[in-house]
Design a protein around this ligand. Sequence first.
Ligand code: V47
Length: 377
Amino acid sequence: MPLTNDIDLIAAKVEAGERLSRGDGEALLASGGLLKLGELADRARRRLAGERVFFVSNRHINHTNVCGNRCKFCAFSASEGEPGAYTMSLDEILAAARASLADGITELHIVGGEHPALPYEYYLEMIQALHELDPAVHIQAFTASEISFFASRSGKTVAQVLAELKQAGLGSLPGGGAEIFSERVRGLVCPRKISGQGWLDVMRTAHETGIKSNATMLYGHVETAGERIDHLIRLRQLQDETGGFGSFIPLTFHPANTGLAHLPGSTGIEDLKMLAVSRLMLDNFVNIKAFWIMLGIKVAQISLFFGVNDIDGTVVEEKITHAAGARTGQALSRNELVGLIRAAGRIPVERDTLYNVVRVYDGGQGGGPLVDMVEEV
Ligand code: V47
């Protein structure tokens, strides 16, 4: 059957609100019709998420880059004692948080390397101290991979670790560490990391413990289109079971300074396609997020027409993608985020981590000059 017919059939399914199959996902990724794909994803976005576009006032903290995994796609990690290796003390972490709390952030986003020598207590104390610093700030910390690592280091179960961190003040888990669930790909790019099934199991336990999380997929390296779709379907299955995922963020691979530096990385068209297909396949995820740090601000803004309804946050400082060659800045102000959303003709909404509304801004008509719009805020 010619591909165009496939897309028409899939469009009819989207129109009817029917779930897309593995084959549908693969046909969409193979399709050359970017704008058609965008139109379909936009329709699905409108139905699930409406006209509001979310952002969050947050700060990222990467407490250490020392990591025993040394994944091939990662330019951030270092071995202990290597030049550039660092581990922040509790005081340094508190100072970084304090500086951003003064700017009115609502979320701290904390991920780091799996340091072979740091004791479990370091993490518990970190969360406890940050929570005491400002009990109102939401702490989104530690990927499912880090949680599993803490469990094996401390001799506790994943459920115990999650319960203790929650007790200390952990609010939710970020979506990192998922990479691509395919064991073939993990064997090639991150053989020491938790398995794909292991990542999903930690998330299931977190959701059962009352801890919400995000989900990600790292694409644009050695995975096949089928492996991307398989990843999305496994996330969709877990979301059917638990409903615990707040958002999905496709992460576009940055090759510079990594063990995969010979790869070209994805193009803007591939990024927009991946976001659109994510929106269409993940019919039970309300929020599809474009991480502007990785996509670039302009592609992130355009992605609002390709199924996206969240452009992440103010971020303040980001080390993982910048180590791998990202050329974006480190921070966007609230006004800049509001201006970008308004210029796309949508309604900017500052949210907290769990998608409660912090502030609704006036919507934009689209197309206008960004500077004027920013000054209106
Ligand atoms: O787990 C590592 C990825 C992740 C590279 O939950 C790379 O809201 C691209 O998960 N090129 C960390 N990506 C970042 C992350 C994240 C970001 C923003 C929001 C949220 C959320 C989560 O970055 C890692 C890994 O998958 N990564 N190296 C690289 N060279």
